[in-house]
Ligand binder design. Sequence first.
Ligand SMILES: NC(=O)c1ccc[n+]([C@@H]2O[C@H](COP(=O)([O-])OP(=O)(O)OC[C@H]3O[C@@H](n4cnc5c(N)ncnc54)[C@H](OP(=O)(O)O)[C@@H]3O)[C@@H](O)[C@H]2O)c1
Length: 295
Amino acid sequence: MNLLLLGNTGQLGWELQRSLQPLGVVTACDYPEINMADADNIRKAVQACHPDVIINATAYTAVDKAESEPELAEAINGRAPGLLAEEARKLKAVLIHYSTDYVFDGNKGAPYFETDLPHPLNVYGASKLHGEQAVQQAGGDYLILRTSWVYSLRQGGFVNKVLEWARQQDTLRMVADQVGNPTWCRMLAEATSQVLAAGVGRIRKHSGLYHLSGGGFASRYDWAKLILELDPKKSEQKIKEIMPAPTSDFPTPAQRPLFSALDCSHFEATFGLQLPDWTKALIYAMEGISRPRLL
Ligand SMILES: NC(=O)c1ccc[n+]([C@@H]2O[C@H](COP(=O)([O-])OP(=O)(O)OC[C@H]3O[C@@H](n4cnc5c(N)ncnc54)[C@H](OP(=O)(O)O)[C@@H]3O)[C@@H](O)[C@H]2O)c1
């Protein structure tokens, strides 16, 4: 199988590059080898590889910055997925694409199903919704996997930030009224690869939109508390107290949904796969930084 992975240096893409290896020949690229804001560049990259599967892990993910760069966010998140889907259809390839819980406004008060009506509150969420629609309208075979609060321990991201703050500050105030599903990018990559391992025919049969994120849900405050508890180098922490705070205390350019947790039962029933509870995944993720390096 010929797999084209776009965005292999991002959180999810980096994990996909590893987990996809047993499935075939993986051609991986990222910016600047490919520019998802350039339609010609996208078409040429796909045609040169002639893939059976395209996996798109690229995205404009700077949620606040998107408010001042709506055109760039729309090109990368809104239009590029549609171009990929068209190219995939012409080659009879399947497209795997990722979207976000931020397509919802968070007013439902319970985990969202695929059938719930999207209503994005910010430019990022709107651009991702346009990307979903463009993939669906292209008429080929695809999986759109909507996920939520993706984290990596490799670089940057929420977990590393919390660990860093705990070493610099006595007290930490964390938003307690934003709730989502923390999703370890490695689990998302593994699940994607397992779906592919069962064959492209299965994806064609079940082509569609699915929710796929870490099990259970949590507020940013709950998440940060568990990160601090699991910190393998707790003795380095300076922090004495972690306190809940409302979103309104931290004004940001982009408005975020308050309760955007996803219900993943449709994916589970279709593919027989389930991401573990977010607490369990976080334990696995943090074990990786607690073990001493061998070399
Ligand atoms: N992160 C989250 O919390 C979250 C939540 C819900 C859904 N998602 C979705 O999950 C997917 C994976 O997200 P992630 O967290 O892995 O994202 P990420 O770490 O920000 O990675 C995105 C990748 O896209 C690349 N990229 C950006 N602009 C590009 C361009 N013009 N041309 C080519 N590549 C470009 C980035 O390259 P550079 O680093 O060089 O810019 C990066 O490698 C995305 O579809 C995202 O929308 C993420």
